[in-house]
Design a protein around this ligand. Structure first.
Ligand code: BES
Ligand code: MG
Ligand code: ZN
Length: 610
């Protein structure tokens, strides 16, 4: 019997024969497994096992080996097909045609607007009594008679009041005018903070993109808002980003992606000529940020049979080459030499080999004044391990997103590669692996040793992220003296309970770094909330027989996780961002790209510092 090391080595046939060889063991494993889930492997050479897959069952046990075999050959061939496509990483993260990179941005007088879609964004009236809004006089002045009538009657007929998020749009006929569609968008009461303003602006941008997408022939959208010309650069950037993001469609896994019509929108115009923004640089920044965010989204939402640790490392290498960054990919043996026992402990249950990713951005010219490291959790699939994610609400089917931290870090690498900030050196690090079950998997109760020598008793194999991050943190600090180390991770379900799906939690061991994160978050609109490093809770992470245990009690789970990570940082200013709640949008069933903007802002704040 030949041992197949290639995942695409024709499992269909090999499967049947290997089942015969190991049928005794297979039946033992299979019949022992619960009716819901089973995992089994082909084990011919006992030192070299090769898992062929796992599958949930809601049905009773298959009646015969034959039916079981054929079910599996289908699953494996799908996996082979996906893997085959994925051999080219650019196929998985190729966004060139999916959003209009060539979109133009300008600001102009309303009277000069020659596009098809006019969007009027209005604040809510202070007076409650009125049925619908009156057109603000600044707008009225700029409209000709027939436009005035059209807008006025549209507002009246729809009883439009400018309530936050409310919207209307319709086809109109204005003889002699290019405008063919008008849309109304409610800004609510814009008396709010910068973060909230950015939030509203983002929603408006998304709406503009959606309407433009609806009317296929629309190539140019003009936006008039009652905000006047008080636009800040970052607000215009947010608006443009959101227009572009809303035009993106993920069709990578459709049978015929080429059938998706490319968006036609070529121009976005702010209808106010007093707006003082560096249009071209803001637009360029928006495009670069969007391309990073889209890459992040594509990485996160690609399934685990496509984004394996190996593919993730290939994407990273491709990125490094594209932007002239140095890179290093450490394989299992190299990680062993570095004594990364915690990371390798998690990785050992999977047939996919671990890949430790390290990219380094340095400015092409000029000095390096600051060195920073971004670390991303990179579990390409988190089954939970022997503490299997089995309970209701465990979200196992979504655990492809457990590399969302790494995806955000690589997205940021892409943006930074494009923006080329001076003065900073940035390290992008991820210890990528799968958390799986098999005869090789780590057991609850195992004791692992991290690369800084600390030993950890694995109380729960599902608290795997902190184990992989532990070795990544030690690695980052060993590279050089860092001005800051930030890790981003889908680390705990508890952060979803604490903050919901809009806010990510962050912890920082230094006030200055916390301030920097606050400022970054306010500028870009990604919502972050500081959480405490409660020293007293460290008690719960003490083990009787090792230096640490990987979980404490249920209470304060996210804080305990942060404290665990802190044990692997010696002296650097360090922050940890838990994005378990924000990585995924349930309603849209899509990745959010959360983290990219904040990391880019942080990098730039270091870059501009003198
Ligand atoms: N990847 C999960 C965290 C997670 C859960 C992210 C739900 C998004 C949604 C992480 O590896 C995990 O399983 N954490 C455990 C920790 C526990 C065992 C202490 C959790 O949160 O349940
Ligand atoms: Mg887990
Ligand atoms: Zn996880």
């Amino acid at each position: 019997m030949k041992h197949h090391t290639q995942p695409c080595g024709g499992f269909g046939v090999a499967w049947v024969s290997s089942v015969l060889v190991v049928s005794h063991r297979f039946w033992r494993n299979f019949s022992k497994s619960t009716s819901r889930c089973c995992y089994y492997k082909r084990s011919i050479d006992p030192t070299k096992t090769c898992s062929i897959g796992w599958k949930y069952y809601s049905c009773p046990r298959p009646q015969s080996l034959r039916s079981f075999g054929s079910l599996y050959s289908t699953v494996s061939s799908l996996r082979c097909k996906m893997l085959h496509d994925a051999v080219q990483p650019q196929k998985v993260v190729e966004n060139g045609h999916r959003f209009p990179r060539n979109i133009e941005f300008r600001s102009d007088k309303l009277g000069n607007f020659g596009g098809e879609l006019m969007v009027v964004a209005l604040e809510e009236s202070q007076k409650q009594s009125e049925e619908s809004l009156a057109i603000p006089s600044q707008l009225l002045d700029q409209l000709d008679k027939q436009q005035q009538d059209a807008v006025q009657s549209f507002i009246k007929e729809t009883r439009f009041q400018g309530k936050l998020g409310s919207s209307q749009y319709q086809r109109i006929f204005l003889p002699g005018s290019s405008i063919r569609y008008i849309a109304l968008y409610g800004l609510g009461k814009m008396e709010s903070s910068n973060t909230e303003k950015i939030d509203v602006i983002r929603k408006l941008g998304g709406f503009v993109g959606q309407v433009a997408q609806q009317y296929k022939s629309c190539t140019s959208a003009g936006i008039w808002t009652s905000m006047g010309s008080s636009w800040k650069d970052e607000q215009v950037q947010a608006l443009l980003e959101e227009v572009m993001l809303s035009l993106y469609k993920d069709d990578r896994f459709k049978k015929s992606p080429e059938e998706t019509e490319a968006p036609n929108l070529k121009e976005v115009c702010l209808l106010d000529d007093d707006i003082q923004v560096q249009s071209s640089s803001v637009a360029t920044r928006a495009k670069n940020v969007v391309s990073g965010i889209i890459m992040t989204k594509e990485l996160v939402s690609a399934p685990a049979n496509v984004i394996t640790p190996t593919l993730l490392s290939q994407v990273a290498v491709q990125l490094a080459k594209q932007y002239g960054m140095e890179y290093k990919i450490l394989d299992k043996e190299q990680c062993q030499q570095m004594n990364m026992g915690c990371y390798l402990g998690v990785a050992q249950g999977s047939s996919e080999p671990p890949q430790f990713i390290h990219l380094k951005y340095s400015p092409a010219q000029g000095p390096v004044k600051k060195k920073i490291a971004f670390i991303g959790k990179a579990i390409t699939f988190d089954s939970g391990g022997y503490n299997l994610k089995a309970g209701a609400g465990s979200m196992i089917e979504l655990m492809k997103f457990d590399m969302g931290g790494c995806a955000a870090v690589l997205g940021a690498a892409k943006v930074i590669g494009e923006l080329k900030p001076p003065n900073v050196q940035v390290h992008f690090i991820a210890a990528a692996c799968e958390n799986m079950i098999s005869g090789n998997a780590y057991h609850p109760g195992d004791i692992l040793q991290a690369s800084n020598g600390k030993t950890v008793e694995v109380i729960n194999t599902d608290a795997e992220g902190r184990l992989t991050l532990a070795d990544a943190l030690v690695y980052a600090e060993q590279i050089d003296t860092m001005d800051c180390i930030i890790d981003v991770a889908t680390l705990t379900g508890a952060i979803i309970i604490a903050l919901g799906n809009d806010y990510a939690g962050y912890w920082a061991n230094q006030e200055a770094l916390a301030q920097r994160i606050e400022t970054a978050s306010k500028r870009c609109g990604e919502k972050l909330w500081r959480m405490p490093l409660v020293n007293e809770y460290l008690e719960s992470l003490k083990s009787k027989i090792a230096d640490l245990r990987n979980v404490g009690g249920r209470a304060g789970g996210s804080i305990a996780a942060a404290l665990f990570l802190r044990e692997f940082v010696k002296q650097s200013p360090w922050a940890h961002i838990d994005i378990a709640g924000t990585v995924w949008n349930e309603k849209q069933s899509a990745a959010t790209g959360f983290g990219v903007r904040t990391l880019v802002e942080i990098c730039e704040s270091f870059s501009h510092e003198q």
